[in-house]
Design a protein around this ligand. Sequence first.
Ligand code: FEO
Length: 162
Amino acid sequence: MLSKTMEDALNRQINRELYSSYLYLGMSAWFETQNLKGFAGWMLVQSGEERNHAMKIYDYVVARQGTVRLDAIEAPKAKWSSAGKIFEEVYAHEQKVTGMIDALVELALKEKDHATFEMLQWFVKEQVEEEANAVTICEKIKTVGDVPGHLFMLDHELGKRK
Ligand code: FEO
């Protein structure tokens, strides 16, 4: 059984993961307007992953006989100035998410909630990967130049993500 504090915190994280999904879907839509189909596809896959993150916590709350509460999802912005700016924002966003996961881990420790602590370890590892992916793409964009005409090869590479 989850404590009320932990249940509330997990429900908030479900909302933040769904916001991440929505944010990356918005970024995908913006890349479509720039005719950067590979970037758009990469973001679409990322958006799907974020929904899976939300569902992982959702399933866990249900399994612990908790109550899932779905709040309104904040609208993301719709315009960005370049691919590089988007990936800088992705990196900053993922660092923020890492902080949220760390706070949940600390709460689980404080409450001696070992099951939630264990469930969160998947997210701790995932955040290392999420931040690394964003930084790698930021660096690649810097190397080739943050203008659509220079991003053709990278667009092709990112488009391979399934
Ligand atoms: Fe669900 Fe990108 O962290």
